[in-house]
Write a protein that binds this ligand. Structure first.
Ligand code: UDP
Length: 358
């Protein structure tokens, strides 16, 4: 298709802003970008092939339906995807991640448009090892899109409302595909990090994801807090690698992504959160440290203290990326040190610029 018109919902977030930038660089797409905020897109707003509209999909007006009608493809990134919000605002998390997203899916069905729906690796839940009371370290168990069962914690641990909302949306998409012929692709991101992720808690109120907390320690001297000892694992993917896979899914050569689910992740980049804290300290010391920079201590904190009641962690999540490799020829290029270095550089550059301006 020549110059496909893409409606990118949630374009102002971390993934959306990086994806928008790449789509504009490639030059062959026309992008309508929708978000409640445009800060992360600031230097792209005047691009000839970008039409940014500030819009809250919760406002329930006809314009969203009309926009879906006018585009070739809908990419839906609208989400509340920050674990602290699953604990503090579970109803908002359900409403946005399921109810409002379902309206977008319904519009796609009405106008027969393909949708790429961003989901989450949290839909897999916990590992079999954790349920059996075994050490997940001894049972590496990659999550496969089409065969792995999904194990959630109890209702009182309301953190799981996010995973359940996303899982239900995936199940509805599958049913729409089956019964009504909707053409969808689901993406399950595994811990993307890179420039424009989150914020530093010393500079803005809120509870961002772990990289920003640790970065805050390295730049402002606050302790690097390991929730419940930092024993759980995450596998990090650099945002540029993730975007590279997303572009392949958008292009959908030969329809290989039709009604398919794709993990996007880097199994080789798995670390415990404790290892992440120590690696971040080491990379900072080797690549960025300047005289006068703080040397934060690494401490342990309980999850209840850190998040409040209702939190439960995903112990280990290793992506099986065979499908992205075989169907799309995609491999991520950045190892864990390089992922940390590039993400860190973004925060350090901003911080040094602020220090200079002060
Ligand atoms: N975590 C931590 N210290 C922090 C923030 C988070 O130890 O300051 C832990 C959290 O409990 C989880 C992991 O780091 O085990 C990743 O959490 P994050 O908020 O980055 O998001 P998630 O990967 O769970 O979506």
């Amino acid at each position: 298709m020549k110059n496909p018109k893409i409606l990118l919902l949630g374009a102002g977030g971390f993934i959306g802003a990086n994806l928008t930038e790449r789509l504009l660089q490639d030059g062959k797409y026309e992008v309508t970008a929708i978000d409640i905020e445009s800060e992360k897109l600031e230097d792209r707003l005047d691009h000839a092939k970008l039409n940014f509209k500030q819009h809250d999909i919760r406002s329930r007006c006809d314009s969203l339906d009309n926009m879906v009608k006018d585009h070739d493809l809908v990419v839906d990134l609208v989400a509340m995807a920050n674990p602290s919000l699953y604990v503090t605002n579970p109803i908002d998390v359900f409403d946005l991640n399921f109810t409002e997203n379902l309206r977008i899916v319904d519009s796609c069905l009405k106008y027969n448009k393909r949708i790429i729906q961003f989901s989450t690796c949290e839909v897999y839940g916990k590992t079999v090892a954790s349920v059996l009371g075994k050490d997940p370290a001894e049972m590496p168990f990659p999550f496969n899109e089409d065969t792995t069962p999904m194990i959630m914690g109890p209702i009182k641990n309301h953190r799981w409302i996010y995973a359940c909302a996303k899982q239900l949306l995936e199940r509805v998409l599958h049913a729409y595909g089956l019964e009504k012929g909707l053409n969808y692709t689901i993406i399950r991101p595994f811990n993307f990090i890179g420039p424009r992720i989150d914020f530093l808690p010393s500079e803005k109120a809120g509870n961002p994801r772990v990289f920003s907390h640790f970065m805050n320690g390295l730049l402002y001297g606050t302790p690097m807090q390991l929730v419940d000892g930092g024993i759980n694992y995450r596998a990090y993917t650099y945002i540029d690698d993730a975007v590279d896979c997303m572009i392949r899914i958008i292009d959908n050569p030969g329809g290989v992504c039709d009604r398919e689910i794709f993990n996007i992740g880097t199994p080789e980049n798995e670390v415990t959160i404790k290892e992440l804290a120590h690696m971040m300290k080491k990379v900072f010391d080797e690549d960025f440290r300047q005289p006068g920079d703080p040397d934060p201590e690494i401490v342990s904190v309980s999850s209840e203290e850190f998040y409040g009641k209702g939190y439960e962690d995903c112990d280990r999540r290793i992506p099986d990326v065979t499908k992205a490799r075989t169907k799309l020829g995609w491999h991520s290029k950045h190892d864990i040190r390089s992922v940390i270095h590039h993400t860190m550089k973004y925060f350090v550059d901003q911080h040094r610029a602020k220090q200079k301006a002060a």
